[in-house]
Design a protein around this ligand. Sequence first.
Ligand code: HAM
Length: 430
Amino acid sequence: MSAPTEDDATYEARSPKGTHDVLPPESSRWESLVGGFAQLAERHGFGMVHTPIFEDARVFRRGIGEASEVVGKEMYEFDDRSGRRLALRPEGTASIVRAFVQHRPVTPWRVWYVTPAFRYEQAQAGRYRQHHQVGVEVLGTEDPDLDVEVIVLAHDFYRHLGLRGARLRLNSLGDAVCRPAYLEALRAHLAPREASLCEEHAEVWARNPLRVLDCKRPACVAATADAPRLAEHLCEPCREHLARVREGLEAAGVGFEIDERLVRGLDYYTRTTFEFNAPALAGASDAIGGGGRYDGLTEALGGPPTAGIGFGSGIERLLLACDAEGTFALEVPAADVFVVDVTGGRVARDLVVRLRRAGLRAERAYDGRSMKSQLKAADRSGAPTAIIVGHSELAEGTAVVRDLAAGTQATRPLAEVLAHLAGTTTKGAP
Ligand code: HAM
């Protein structure tokens, strides 16, 4: 099918490939997922941060790395009308580090976020061109106890959602002291095997040899089977850091396995890297969250040397994992009260205003529907009570109060009904 043109008369608007709409009632699951994350993050001392959805493309090129797939192949980059090279954010971390470099807040700076992220990926189940993440970042401390705090937060969040199957893999990618020598050893191992690498990595191995370790294709797995191990090249401070992280996770009762091949797709990582996978999502898109340290990222963006660590988690993937595990079910919020008005709608119009101001979730029907049709809508609303006003009630200043579950009803003065309903709400008006 050819792409629609602007003057195509038959064009019916559709969302772009790889994107999706989140509609009610599913959107209330999103709200409650984000609300749960916000609460947990605030309890851990994180404040919310918002940064622009687009940045100078260099933020991501320098931050995430030119050789990464995310930047090289997937980024949405464009020139604005003044010729500035901009990019839609493919992830949250680089933008937040840019904000840190710009504003120099007091450290340790602990922030959380919820954001869309854009990557031109092959669209498939759990893989979108616009996905959404919740995440945290901490800047300004090298303390491995923060690595533990961040990983425990992710773990506890997944438990809060009811996910029991999430598997945590952990690795250390070394630092500026020990990694260069390791990369040389790895390059020396790969050079004579170049011809046997998969097509993608035969091209990039010299620039980014770590990526070959992460490749699941049999050719690369075979070529790296007896490759030098990063764990054996870690310097003493990196070893101690990893040991302290392991100790903290064990003390917090967070199960993990060490995966020396866990490299991750963004080039800023140093030392601790981790990923949570949901086996229930079986397949390539089973990562529900990941993160790690990025101790050189502020410098890459022109700031002072500052250590950092964080993680991000895909909302769509989390909800898919919850569905697969049969947890975090959708709870459709019910109305508190439904107003049925067969006198023309003015009573309903004025009552819902009063009821909502009193803190109640009040609903009504529109367009002068029949009593039968309004009562059907009242049932669908989930409200336990309907207030019914007909011509005689209107004349007498009364209303019929109907218990929708029991089917019983009684006529009362309207003022009394309103006072009673206002007294039943615990929500309070804002
Ligand atoms: P990431 O692993 O690229 O890391 O993405 C984090 C999570 O976002 C993934 O685990 C996955 O759940 C979700 N995700 C990524 N791409 C897609 C996609 N195309 N469709 C659906 N979900 C997706 C980061 O983005 C880092 N910023 C995480 C981090 C924070 N590291 C340190 N701090």
